[in-house]
Design a protein around this ligand. Sequence first.
Ligand code: HPA
Length: 271
Amino acid sequence: MLHTLKESVEYLKRKIGDFEPEVGIVLGTGLGGLVKDIKVAYSIMYSSIPHFPISTLEFHSGKLIFGELAGKNVVAMQGRLHYYEGYSMQQITFPIRVLKSIGIRHLFVSNAAGSLNPDFKKGDLMILNDHINLQPESPLRGINDSDLGPRFPDMSEPYNRKLIANGLEIAKNEGIACHEGVYVAVTGPNLETKAEYKYLRIIGGDAVGMSTVPEVIVANHMGLPVFAISVLTDEGFPEILSPFSLEEILETAAEAEPKMTSILSKLISSL
Ligand code: HPA
Protein backbone atom coordinates (compact mmCIF):
# COMPACT_ATOMS: atom_id res chain seq x y z
CA MET A 1 0.00 0.00 0.00
CA LEU A 2 2.72 2.51 0.95
CA HIS A 3 4.47 1.91 -2.37
CA THR A 4 1.37 2.51 -4.54
CA LEU A 5 0.44 5.48 -2.37
CA LYS A 6 3.89 6.98 -2.93
CA GLU A 7 3.59 6.60 -6.72
CA SER A 8 0.18 8.32 -6.82
CA VAL A 9 1.35 11.12 -4.54
CA GLU A 10 4.54 11.70 -6.53
CA TYR A 11 2.55 11.89 -9.76
CA LEU A 12 0.13 14.44 -8.30
CA LYS A 13 2.90 16.51 -6.74
CA ARG A 14 4.59 16.74 -10.15
CA LYS A 15 1.30 18.02 -11.59
CA ILE A 16 0.35 20.52 -8.89
CA GLY A 17 3.81 21.82 -7.99
CA ASP A 18 3.69 23.87 -4.82
CA PHE A 19 -0.14 23.99 -4.57
CA GLU A 20 -1.01 22.78 -1.07
CA PRO A 21 -4.61 21.67 -0.53
CA GLU A 22 -5.80 22.10 3.04
CA VAL A 23 -9.26 20.58 2.63
CA GLY A 24 -10.44 17.47 0.78
CA ILE A 25 -14.02 17.28 -0.48
CA VAL A 26 -15.84 14.17 -1.71
CA LEU A 27 -18.84 15.06 -3.86
CA GLY A 28 -21.74 12.62 -3.82
CA THR A 29 -24.22 11.52 -6.45
CA GLY A 30 -25.79 14.52 -8.17
CA LEU A 31 -23.87 16.90 -5.91
CA GLY A 32 -21.00 17.94 -8.17
CA GLY A 33 -22.31 21.53 -8.48
CA LEU A 34 -19.93 22.82 -5.81
CA VAL A 35 -17.18 22.59 -8.40
CA LYS A 36 -18.65 25.71 -10.09
CA ASP A 37 -17.62 27.71 -7.02
CA ILE A 38 -14.02 26.47 -7.08
CA LYS A 39 -11.46 28.72 -8.75
CA VAL A 40 -9.82 25.80 -10.52
CA ALA A 41 -6.03 25.58 -10.58
CA TYR A 42 -5.64 21.99 -11.77
CA SER A 43 -8.12 19.38 -12.95
CA ILE A 44 -6.75 15.85 -13.17
CA MET A 45 -8.63 12.81 -14.53
CA TYR A 46 -8.67 9.80 -12.19
CA SER A 47 -7.70 7.69 -15.21
CA SER A 48 -4.35 9.50 -15.50
CA ILE A 49 -3.35 8.98 -11.86
CA PRO A 50 -1.37 5.80 -11.12
CA HIS A 51 -3.38 3.24 -9.08
CA PHE A 52 -6.51 5.42 -8.94
CA PRO A 53 -9.74 3.47 -9.47
CA ILE A 54 -12.02 4.90 -12.16
CA SER A 55 -15.67 5.62 -11.41
CA THR A 56 -17.97 3.44 -13.54
CA LEU A 57 -21.07 5.62 -13.21
CA GLU A 58 -21.70 7.83 -16.19
CA PHE A 59 -23.11 10.63 -14.03
CA HIS A 60 -19.86 10.79 -12.07
CA SER A 61 -17.13 12.42 -14.08
CA GLY A 62 -14.04 11.16 -12.26
CA LYS A 63 -11.71 14.12 -11.72
CA LEU A 64 -9.62 15.59 -8.93
CA ILE A 65 -10.18 19.34 -8.92
CA PHE A 66 -7.55 21.46 -7.19
CA GLY A 67 -8.34 25.11 -6.56
CA GLU A 68 -9.59 27.81 -4.23
CA LEU A 69 -12.95 27.71 -2.48
CA ALA A 70 -14.03 30.25 0.15
CA GLY A 71 -10.46 31.50 0.47
CA LYS A 72 -8.99 28.03 1.12
CA ASN A 73 -6.98 25.68 -1.06
CA VAL A 74 -9.10 22.60 -1.63
CA VAL A 75 -9.07 19.40 -3.62
CA ALA A 76 -12.44 17.99 -4.63
CA MET A 77 -13.16 14.46 -5.80
CA GLN A 78 -15.72 14.85 -8.54
CA GLY A 79 -17.01 11.31 -8.88
CA ARG A 80 -16.93 8.96 -5.91
CA LEU A 81 -16.40 5.24 -5.94
CA HIS A 82 -18.92 2.79 -4.51
CA TYR A 83 -18.55 -0.75 -3.23
CA TYR A 84 -21.46 -1.84 -5.44
CA GLU A 85 -19.42 -0.96 -8.54
CA GLY A 86 -17.26 -3.98 -7.72
CA TYR A 87 -14.24 -2.32 -6.14
CA SER A 88 -12.67 -3.53 -2.96
CA MET A 89 -13.01 -1.38 0.15
CA GLN A 90 -9.28 -0.63 -0.15
CA GLN A 91 -9.74 0.67 -3.71
CA ILE A 92 -12.69 2.88 -2.75
CA THR A 93 -10.75 4.51 0.06
CA PHE A 94 -7.37 4.75 -1.68
CA PRO A 95 -8.05 8.35 -2.89
CA ILE A 96 -8.64 9.45 0.73
CA ARG A 97 -5.21 8.10 1.66
CA VAL A 98 -3.71 9.97 -1.31
CA LEU A 99 -5.40 13.26 -0.34
CA LYS A 100 -4.15 12.93 3.24
CA SER A 101 -0.64 12.25 1.94
CA ILE A 102 -0.68 15.42 -0.17
CA GLY A 103 -1.54 17.44 2.90
CA ILE A 104 -5.29 17.80 3.55
CA ARG A 105 -6.12 18.47 7.19
CA HIS A 106 -9.92 18.16 6.98
CA LEU A 107 -12.22 15.89 4.98
CA PHE A 108 -15.67 17.03 3.85
CA VAL A 109 -18.00 14.40 2.45
CA SER A 110 -21.40 14.70 0.78
CA ASN A 111 -23.88 12.08 -0.30
CA ALA A 112 -27.44 11.48 -1.43
CA ALA A 113 -29.40 9.40 1.07
CA GLY A 114 -32.89 8.16 1.81
CA SER A 115 -34.63 9.52 4.90
CA LEU A 116 -35.64 7.03 7.59
CA ASN A 117 -36.75 9.62 10.15
CA PRO A 118 -40.38 10.75 9.61
CA ASP A 119 -39.40 14.29 10.67
CA PHE A 120 -36.71 14.54 7.97
CA LYS A 121 -38.34 15.35 4.62
CA LYS A 122 -37.20 14.85 1.04
CA GLY A 123 -35.05 17.83 0.04
CA ASP A 124 -33.84 18.48 3.62
CA LEU A 125 -30.19 18.18 4.60
CA MET A 126 -28.74 16.05 7.39
CA ILE A 127 -25.35 16.51 8.99
CA LEU A 128 -23.98 13.13 10.08
CA ASN A 129 -23.28 12.87 13.81
CA ASP A 130 -22.67 9.10 13.77
CA HIS A 131 -23.08 6.06 11.58
CA ILE A 132 -23.95 2.36 11.55
CA ASN A 133 -21.91 0.31 9.12
CA LEU A 134 -23.93 -2.48 7.50
CA GLN A 135 -21.51 -2.89 4.62
CA PRO A 136 -19.95 -6.35 4.66
CA GLU A 137 -16.36 -5.44 5.47
CA SER A 138 -14.12 -2.73 6.82
CA PRO A 139 -11.59 -1.00 4.55
CA LEU A 140 -9.08 -1.70 7.34
CA ARG A 141 -9.37 -5.50 7.05
CA GLY A 142 -5.97 -7.06 6.37
CA ILE A 143 -2.46 -6.32 7.54
CA ASN A 144 -2.30 -2.93 9.26
CA ASP A 145 0.36 -0.47 8.18
CA SER A 146 1.16 1.40 11.38
CA ASP A 147 2.69 4.27 9.34
CA LEU A 148 -0.88 4.99 8.19
CA GLY A 149 -2.73 4.49 11.48
CA PRO A 150 -3.39 2.16 14.41
CA ARG A 151 -4.62 -1.45 14.21
CA PHE A 152 -7.73 -0.65 16.26
CA PRO A 153 -8.76 2.94 15.51
CA ASP A 154 -11.11 4.70 17.90
CA MET A 155 -14.55 5.52 16.47
CA SER A 156 -16.07 7.36 19.43
CA GLU A 157 -16.22 10.62 17.45
CA PRO A 158 -16.17 9.69 13.75
CA TYR A 159 -17.56 13.12 12.79
CA ASN A 160 -15.90 16.18 14.28
CA ARG A 161 -18.17 17.66 16.96
CA LYS A 162 -17.07 21.24 16.44
CA LEU A 163 -17.67 21.07 12.68
CA ILE A 164 -21.15 19.59 13.31
CA ALA A 165 -22.02 22.45 15.69
CA ASN A 166 -20.68 25.08 13.26
CA GLY A 167 -22.48 23.46 10.33
CA LEU A 168 -25.81 23.45 12.17
CA GLU A 169 -25.30 27.07 13.20
CA ILE A 170 -24.56 28.14 9.61
CA ALA A 171 -27.67 26.29 8.35
CA LYS A 172 -29.82 27.98 11.01
CA ASN A 173 -28.52 31.44 10.10
CA GLU A 174 -29.19 30.75 6.42
CA GLY A 175 -32.71 29.45 7.10
CA ILE A 176 -31.86 26.03 5.63
CA ALA A 177 -33.75 22.94 6.87
CA CYS A 178 -30.83 20.91 8.17
CA HIS A 179 -30.95 18.12 10.76
CA GLU A 180 -28.29 16.04 12.43
CA GLY A 181 -28.50 12.27 12.61
CA VAL A 182 -27.22 8.76 12.13
CA TYR A 183 -26.35 7.47 8.65
CA VAL A 184 -26.65 3.77 7.92
CA ALA A 185 -24.40 2.45 5.16
CA VAL A 186 -25.69 -0.44 3.08
CA THR A 187 -24.08 -2.08 0.05
CA GLY A 188 -26.75 -1.46 -2.59
CA PRO A 189 -27.12 -1.16 -5.53
CA ASN A 190 -30.68 -2.35 -4.94
CA LEU A 191 -32.83 -0.08 -2.85
CA GLU A 192 -34.37 -1.26 0.41
CA THR A 193 -37.56 -3.22 0.85
CA LYS A 194 -40.27 -1.80 3.11
CA ALA A 195 -39.26 -4.30 5.82
CA GLU A 196 -35.62 -3.19 5.48
CA TYR A 197 -36.47 0.53 5.78
CA LYS A 198 -38.47 -0.32 8.90
CA TYR A 199 -35.55 -2.33 10.32
CA LEU A 200 -33.00 0.44 9.58
CA ARG A 201 -35.17 2.93 11.45
CA ILE A 202 -35.59 0.56 14.42
CA ILE A 203 -31.83 0.01 14.77
CA GLY A 204 -31.29 3.79 15.03
CA GLY A 205 -30.83 5.14 11.52
CA ASP A 206 -32.03 8.56 10.38
CA ALA A 207 -30.83 8.16 6.80
CA VAL A 208 -29.58 5.34 4.58
CA GLY A 209 -27.11 5.37 1.72
CA MET A 210 -24.54 3.34 -0.17
CA SER A 211 -21.36 5.32 0.48
CA THR A 212 -19.42 7.57 2.88
CA VAL A 213 -18.72 5.16 5.73
CA PRO A 214 -15.64 3.47 4.14
CA GLU A 215 -14.08 6.89 3.50
CA VAL A 216 -14.93 8.02 7.03
CA ILE A 217 -13.39 4.91 8.60
CA VAL A 218 -10.15 5.44 6.66
CA ALA A 219 -10.07 9.15 7.52
CA ASN A 220 -10.47 8.28 11.21
CA HIS A 221 -7.74 5.66 10.86
CA MET A 222 -5.40 8.45 9.72
CA GLY A 223 -6.59 10.96 12.34
CA LEU A 224 -8.27 13.21 9.77
CA PRO A 225 -11.25 15.25 11.11
CA VAL A 226 -14.42 14.62 9.10
CA PHE A 227 -17.56 16.60 8.30
CA ALA A 228 -20.25 14.76 6.34
CA ILE A 229 -23.62 15.88 5.04
CA SER A 230 -26.48 14.07 3.30
CA VAL A 231 -29.02 15.47 0.90
CA LEU A 232 -32.18 13.50 1.62
CA THR A 233 -33.36 12.60 -1.85
CA ASP A 234 -36.20 10.24 -1.01
CA GLU A 235 -38.29 9.04 1.90
CA GLY A 236 -37.90 5.44 3.04
CA PHE A 237 -41.10 5.45 5.03
CA PRO A 238 -42.54 1.92 4.76
CA GLU A 239 -46.22 2.96 5.01
CA ILE A 240 -46.04 5.33 2.01
CA LEU A 241 -43.07 3.99 0.05
CA SER A 242 -43.25 4.81 -3.65
CA PRO A 243 -41.17 3.09 -6.35
CA PHE A 244 -37.59 4.40 -6.61
CA SER A 245 -36.75 6.69 -9.50
CA LEU A 246 -33.14 7.67 -10.23
CA GLU A 247 -34.38 10.73 -12.15
CA GLU A 248 -36.29 11.92 -9.09
CA ILE A 249 -33.27 11.35 -6.83
CA LEU A 250 -30.97 13.31 -9.15
CA GLU A 251 -33.58 16.06 -9.49
CA THR A 252 -33.95 16.39 -5.70
CA ALA A 253 -30.16 16.32 -5.29
CA ALA A 254 -29.79 19.09 -7.88
CA GLU A 255 -32.47 21.21 -6.18
CA ALA A 256 -30.94 20.85 -2.70
CA GLU A 257 -27.34 21.09 -3.86
CA PRO A 258 -27.02 24.92 -3.61
CA LYS A 259 -28.08 24.77 0.08
CA MET A 260 -25.45 22.14 0.79
CA THR A 261 -22.79 24.05 -1.14
CA SER A 262 -23.60 27.19 0.83
CA ILE A 263 -23.11 25.38 4.17
CA LEU A 264 -19.90 23.69 3.01
CA SER A 265 -18.39 26.92 1.64
CA LYS A 266 -19.12 28.89 4.81
CA LEU A 267 -17.83 26.08 7.01
CA ILE A 268 -14.64 25.79 4.96
CA SER A 269 -14.16 29.53 5.08
CA SER A 270 -14.41 29.41 8.90
CA LEU A 271 -11.65 26.80 9.32
N1 HPA B 1 -31.46 3.88 0.11
C1 HPA B 1 -30.16 3.66 -0.12
N2 HPA B 1 -29.39 4.52 -0.74
C2 HPA B 1 -29.92 5.68 -1.14
C3 HPA B 1 -31.27 5.97 -0.94
C4 HPA B 1 -32.07 5.01 -0.27
O1 HPA B 1 -33.30 5.21 -0.05
N3 HPA B 1 -31.50 7.21 -1.46
C5 HPA B 1 -30.31 7.65 -1.96
N4 HPA B 1 -29.36 6.72 -1.78
